[in-house]
Design a protein around this ligand. Structure first.
Ligand SMILES: Cc1cc2nc3c(=O)[nH]c(=O)nc-3n(C[C@H](O)[C@H](O)[C@H](O)COP(=O)(O)O)c2cc1C
Length: 210
C-alpha cells in the first residue's frame, strides 16, 4: 500500500486519456472530498458541475482550446462560484448549522451578522475573486483525492471562462466557471508525460524554516 506522499509523487497532469469510465465508487470519493473542502467562513460559495454527457463535454472542448482530456476524460468537473445571492447563501448556511448541530437559529445571529458584515465590505467583484480562491482549495482536495484512489486527472486553467459560462448557461444560474478538473484513465502509451520524472524545486529551496 503506497503512502499518500508516494501517490502524490505518481500523480501527474495527464495529457492524454483513454476515454474509459472511472468507477462510480472512485468518482463519489473524489466528489465527497471536494464537498468536504474547508472554505473561508464555511460559506461554500461554490457549485461543482459534473459533466458526464458526451455531448456536453464535447460542447465545451473548443472553449478549452481543444484539450483532448475534455472529451477523453470520464467526468469533467467544472468548479464554479456564485456571482450573486450571497445574502441568501448566508441564510441557507446559518439554517444548515442550526439544523446540523441542533441549535436555535437565533443563537447564530452574531455569526450571521459577522458574515454579512464581512461580505458587505467587498464589492461583488471582490466577493467573486474571494470565492474563486475557495474554488482553488477545492481543486486541491480533488487532486489529492483522485491521487488517493488512483484516478488520473488534469487540473485546467486553459479555457475561456466566458465561453464556458455561455455554453453551459451559467450566467442565468448566477455562476461563473473558475477552474476545471478532468478525471479519467491515462493513455500511457500515447501520453508523453506518463513516464516523465516529476519536476519540483528542491526542498532546501522551497522551504524556509524560521
Ligand atoms: C491551476 C492549474 C491549471 C492548469 N492548467 C492546465 C491546463 O489547462 N492544461 C494542462 O494540460 N495542464 C494544466 N495544468 C497542469 C500543470 O502544468 C502541472 O500541474 C504542472 O506542470 C506540474 O506537473 P504535474 O501536475 O504533472 O506534477 C494546470 C495545473 C494547475 C494547478
Amino acid at each position: 500500500m503506497s503512502t499518500l506522499i508516494e501517490k502524490l509523487g505518481i500523480r501527474y497532469a495527464t495529457k492524454k486519456m483513454t476515454g474509459e469510465k472511472i468507477s462510480s465508487e472512485d468518482l463519489n470519493s473524489i466528489l465527497e472530498a471536494i464537498r468536504l473542502t474547508p472554505t473561508s467562513l464555511g460559506l461554500q460559495p461554490l457549485k461543482l458541475l459534473v459533466l458526464e454527457s458526451e455531448e456536453v463535454k464535447a460542447s465545451i472542448k473548443a472553449a478549452c482550446y481543444g484539450q483532448s482530456q475534455i472529451t477523453d476524460g470520464s467526468q469533467i468537473l467544472v468548479f464554479t462560484v456564485y456571482t450573486e445571492g450571497y445574502e441568501a447563501l448566508t441564510d441557507k448556511y446559518i439554517q444548515n448549522i442550526a439544523d446540523t448541530r441542533s441549535v436555535p437559529v437565533e443563537s447564530l445571529n452574531d455569526f450571521k451578522q459577522m458574515i454579512l458584515g464581512y461580505l458587505q465590505k467587498m464589492t461583488i467583484e471582490e466577493t467573486i475573486a474571494w470565492a474563486k480562491k475557495q474554488a482553488y482549495i477545492a481543486l486541491g482536495f480533488g487532486l489529492v483525492a483522485a491521487a488517493e484512489v488512483g484516478v488520473d486527472s488534469t487540473p485546467m486553467e486553459g479555457f475561456n471562462p466566458a465561453a464556458v459560462d455561455e455554453i453551459l448557461g451559467l450566467k442565468a444560474k448566477g455562476l461563473a466557471s473558475t477552474v476545471i478538473l478532468a478525471l479519467g484513465k491515462k493513455d500511457a502509451a500515447n501520453d508523453y508525460l506518463a513516464h516523465a520524472k516529476k519536476v519540483r524545486r528542491a526542498s532546501s529551496d522551497f522551504y524556509e524554516f524560521l
